[in-house]
Design a protein. Structure first.
Length: 244
């Protein structure tokens, strides 16, 4: 159910957060967030580079010491059940314009086993009243009514609703499929932009004739996606993530 995290994430770190790091990631916890050897670069190198988000609005009723107590217990529970992970566990508290409600992030190796541990702990320790508190699948512009048995998703207009399974495994793979489709769409759009740029350089350039996609090594494509066309445009810069 986790989703990909950006190496330029703007929500990875907050001044008011309370955080715990996995044993593998702890040596880097004092490093800057960004930069060549920053925390995000380390996660990109060693982890799945994914994130999960969980409702935990009742954190707002607790003291910082109480929250630190929960964060340490939860980190140790994950380490006990799923060893060798690189992750940061962030408790983001309501209190500024970017934090609408208190919630918990899992960054890096946001694996399904770890998600289930967090979801269960949050509910059983009264950090939220919602048993289905993993909200990683939610998208901006949509409304959700979450119950124990179902998730009702409202799309754009209130009459267009659909039930979404609450099964964690099905939600996880549904998210994977959606991200793949979005990646293919972005790739197609950017190839079209590349075609336009090349034709502006050489009006006789025939994109279809001159480029055989089947013969391009996937590593070359991956490298191309990260190159800047000029000093002002990077077609593949990650967009800012939605804030929770």
């Amino acid at each position: 159910m986790s989703n990909a995290m950006s190496p330029k994430s703007s929500s990875y770190s907050r001044a008011s957060e309370i955080a715990e790091y996995s044993d593998k990631f702890l040596p880097f916890s004092e490093d800057p967030v960004s930069g060549l050897y920053g925390q995000l670069s380390i996660l990109k190198q060693y982890s799945d580079m994914r994130q999960s988000v969980f409702r935990a609005e009742l954190l707002q009723t607790m003291t910082r010491d109480e929250i630190k107590h929960h964060s340490k217990i939860l980190k140790n529970l994950i380490e006990k059940e799923v060893t060798g992970l690189y992750f940061k566990l962030s408790f983001h508290l309501q209190g500024d314009n970017t934090e609408k409600s208190s919630h918990i992030h899992l960054w890096g190796d946001a694996k399904e086993e770890a998600e289930l541990i967090i979801q269960k702990y949050i509910y059983e320790n009264n950090l939220t009243v919602e048993e289905n508190n993993n909200i990683s699948f939610m998208e901006a512009g949509k409304k959700y009514d979450v119950t124990k048995e179902t998730i009702i998703e409202t799309v754009d207009n209130k009459e267009e609703i659909k039930k979404v399974t609450t099964n964690a495994e099905e939600l996880f793979y549904a998210r994977e499929d959606k991200e793949f489709e979005e990646l293919m769409k972005e790739l197609d759009e950017s190839m079209q932009e590349l075609k336009t740029i090349m034709q502006s350089i050489d009006e006789n350039f025939n994109f279809d004739a001159d480029v055989n996609i089947d013969e391009i090594d996937i590593c070359i494509i991956d490298e191309m996606l990260n190159k800047k066309i000029d000093n002002n445009i990077n077609l593949y810069d990650d967009e800012e993530e939605e804030e929770y």
